[in-house]
Design a protein around this ligand. Sequence first.
Ligand SMILES: NC(=O)c1ccc[n+]([C@@H]2O[C@H](COP(=O)([O-])OP(=O)(O)OC[C@H]3O[C@@H](n4cnc5c(N)ncnc54)[C@H](OP(=O)(O)O)[C@@H]3O)[C@@H](O)[C@H]2O)c1
Length: 324
Amino acid sequence: MSIPEYIELEGGDRLPRIGFGTWQASDEVLEKAVDAALEAGYRHFDTARAYENEAALGRALNRWIGGDPARRKQLFVVTKLPPGGNRPELVQEYFDASLRDLNLDYVDLYLIHTPFAFEHVPGDLHPKNPDGSMKVDHTTNLLELWKTVLKLKESGRVRHVGVSNLNAEQLARVCGVARPACLQVEVHALCQQPDLLAAATKLGVPLVAYSPLGSKALADALAAKTGREYPDLLQLPVVARIAQAHGRTPAQVLLRHTLQRGLAAIPKSTNPARIKQNISLWDFELSEKEMSELAALDRGEAGRICDFAFFIGIDKHPEFPFKK
Ligand SMILES: NC(=O)c1ccc[n+]([C@@H]2O[C@H](COP(=O)([O-])OP(=O)(O)OC[C@H]3O[C@@H](n4cnc5c(N)ncnc54)[C@H](OP(=O)(O)O)[C@@H]3O)[C@@H](O)[C@H]2O)c1
């Protein structure tokens, strides 16, 4: 089965179905990783205001662009409005700051990072109360926010807008205003989100899988804090067996599974060999039986890693998307 390397967007733009994740890397490490990713053929780069690394990503991308508009056109750069900016009157300010730090004339895709919101505290993207809980803004109007984000396209400084971490009901609601270019959510072998995928497909919204390899750094940090066990996706016996049968790595099997389900994926790595591996996915195919074996690994809601419980008190926000 040959599968497309791009998702077609409005206006003839194309979203490369393997992108490069950038969360949780120091600036210096990230710049080197982005150099390696560009060398390996990645053209889709995913960041967020909340990752506090837009300037480092921008430096590496601009080195590669070298002032050549034709090179800039080959890239697909994504960033996100942070939860502290989830009010219509703040959108422009946060968007301008992202573009300034990236040092780009435009971004290809701008996402609402989360449907829930923090209070806007200048200089603090994750504002907390003295007891460690988040300063939550409970007054979010998701549809007014979405309408304001849509208006950013009029400036020509963002080509597409979309959403992240919305549930199916929220996605349908924003689609009532205008269809987002994509929905970026956690999807991997243990959290396959078949219902959300079906709902998004019906609405004509492509899904982009974040943490497609199980976000080991986050899982390890959460395990240390909560005592909960997070299985290592890359060590699952089914995945290892299928990988061996194809002469591929477990990561390649997990990513190919995601692609064959029709999603895009944005794996993160800072290791040049793994960076290369994660985009070398187009010359092998999982059989129907292997796809079914991988489908059987799904644990539904219990497989979710990034449940935002680390933002203490956020589950009380009226737009908190996940139900236990
Ligand atoms: N919208 C959102 O709310 C949201 C939330 C989370 C993530 N994201 C985005 O999605 C991206 C990816 O998710 P993620 O960073 O959470 O996790 P991930 O891509 O699932 O996993 C990254 C981890 O896997 C390791 N790894 C990567 N390739 C590997 C390979 N071939 N073999 C073995 N290990 C490998 C990496 O280590 P090395 O670096 O050492 O290779 C790193 O520890 C993020 O970077 C971010 O851009 C978005």
